[in-house]
Write a protein that binds this ligand. Structure first.
Ligand SMILES: [Zn+2]
Length: 495
């Protein structure tokens, strides 16, 4: 799960402006009360959202505990977790034919669970995806056992607690609750709990299902609980983000050679210097600005939340065509720069073969993140032109999984607003582009519009996913369970 972080230093007064009905003028008492909340350890705010009935809340917590305590790192695989969810769903009244565990040939431990909640057949199904695997945890670095769900100070600690066994547990419980209530969606709701999204993903479940078992998961729309969600700023609900696009990951190798020779007899042709000169030109190059439907909406909404000089600049880049002076100023902020253009950066370099010999070869790795709508061919030709040295060879490491934008259509934004505002009235909702990637790249690449809509609120500055002491606020988790239930119902409705 990822979240964009912004650089908005809103004062208490500005934050309060976001909440309807709150006075603009904030009394000293309110400021003190807010500061007290900032210190509240458990990640929820003064305006709590509704919760599921107590037994459902408890069931979701039990499922979260069960999933966290099954080690699903790359070497163990996700089969045991897939089967745990399968048992839960069968016990919750799903038929065996509706709950299928499948693994790619040669990877029996990389099990994926697909459940189909049958609807009335109005429209193409909606597919929910959630990965079951987690990244490794270095036990010595943790204050808790990463593979036990530990409760402390209002938090649940454990690997996968926020990325993303929380979403898997909330989704599983919601399906069980809906089944118990006799709910019938207008269209089929499919949920796929999958393997190998994280490091080492050589048996990516979504890719496997799309390629070999499209029959199980074919849908008109995809909802991913691995991204999106609520951002808290100083303990207040700041905004809710809907992930509608991601940058595309693409890597190149640069290589150049020279005659070599004795280190005592340097001449003009040296692979290391040639490569270094090319890299220096690349450092100075900026790709042209690309504004997508998502980033335009994103800048517009962030401008409304922002109080400083960035606010008018954000509005100016959201215009057609964008104001290039404003682009220039915002590009000085690393994270905003990444929202404005494709980026390429040197990440690895090597060269030479001996301390006392002239180099025969030098290499560099260039890691690029392409804007949706940009193309690998365009990026490669920009690299070649910028390096401006025909003796530096540019090769593509692997074909990228091109991830087009899923536009923030009024239909999608209305649906998500209905659910989000039923839980947390009045919070701003912003479509976002992630600079990293998730399994959305698989579904979007396969032509399925995909949206990230997790239900967890966390601090914009908190990012422990993949890190030590990964955690989720217990209250935030409980609210996400009710949110997910409402989301499944909303997405199951024909439009
Ligand atoms: Zn994740």
């Amino acid at each position: 799960m990822m979240s964009i972080e912004t650089h908005v230093n809103a004062a208490v007064m500005e934050r309060h402006r976001l909440i309807p009905g709150k006075p603009l003028r904030v009394s000293a008492v309110a400021v003190i009360a807010t500061l007290a909340l900032i210190r509240a350890p458990c990640g929820w705010t003064e305006t709590p959202g509704p919760l599921a009935p107590a037994p459902d809340q408890q069931l979701a917590r039990d499922i979260l505990k069960e999933l966290v305590e099954i080690n699903t790192t790359h070497q163990y695989g996700s089969l045991a977790a897939a089967e745990a969810i399968q048992h839960r769903l069968l016990a919750g009244g799903f038929a065996a034919s509706e709950v299928v565990v499948v693994a790619p040939p040669g990877h029996p431990a990389k099990g994926n669970l697909v459940v189909r909640y049958r609807g009335n057949g109005a429209g193409k199904p909606v597919l929910f995806i959630g990965h079951l695997d987690v990244v490794d945890a270095n036990t010595q670095d943790w204050n808790f056992d990463p593979f036990k769900l530990t409760e402390s100070d209002g938090w649940y600690y454990g690997r996968g607690s926020i990325d993303m066994k929380d979403g898997d547990a909330a989704l599983t419980e919601s399906l069980i609750r809906l089944k118990r209530e006799g709910y019938v969606p207008d269209r089929d709701v499919i949920a796929a709990f999958t393997a190998d999204e994280e490091a080492g993903g050589d048996a990516n479940g979504v890719a496997f299902l799309l390629k070999d078992r499209r029959d199980l998961i074919d849908a008109g729309l995809v909802v991913n609980l691995d991204g999106g969600g609520g951002n808290l700023k100083n303990g207040e609900r700041y905004y809710y983000e809907v992930g509608t696009s991601e940058k595309t990951y693409v890597t190149y190798t640069l290589e150049t050679t020279s005659p070599g020779g004795h280190g005592s007899l340097p001449g003009p042709d040296n692979a290391i210097y040639r490569l270094a000169d090319g890299l220096a030109r690349l450092e100075g190059y900026k790709f042209p600005v690309i504004i997508t439907a998502t980033t335009r909406a994103s800048f517009r909404s962030l401008a409304a939340l922002e109080s400083g000089p960035q606010s008018p600049d954000m509005l100016a880049v959201a215009k057609t065509p964008p104001d290039l002076h404003a682009v220039e100023r915002l590009s000085k902020v690393i994270r905003l720069n990444a929202q404005l253009r494709t980026t390429c950066v040197a990440t690895l370099v090597s060269g030479g073969q001996a301390e006392n010999a002239l180099p025969e070869r030098a290499r560099a790795t260039i890691q690029c993140r392409m804007m949706p709508g940009d193309s690998e061919q365009h990026v490669r030709s920009a690299l070649i032109a910028t390096l401006h040295d025909s003796k530096i060879r540019v090769t593509l490491d692997a074909d990228p999984i091109v991830s087009p934008e899923s536009p923030p259509t009024p239909l999608i934004m209305d649906k998500v607003s209905r659910v989000v505002h039923s839980m947390w009235p009045g919070v701003p909702i912003i479509p976002t582009m992630d600079t990293g990637y998730s399994d959305d790249r698989q579904t979007r690449n396969a032509g399925l519009a995909s949206y990230d809509m997790a239900g967890v609120w966390m601090d914009v500055d908190e990012n422990r996913a993949h890190g030590r002491d990964e955690r989720i606020g217990i209250r935030a988790f409980d609210e996400s369970v009710e949110y997910t239930y409402r989301l499944v119902k909303e997405m199951g409705r024909a439009d």
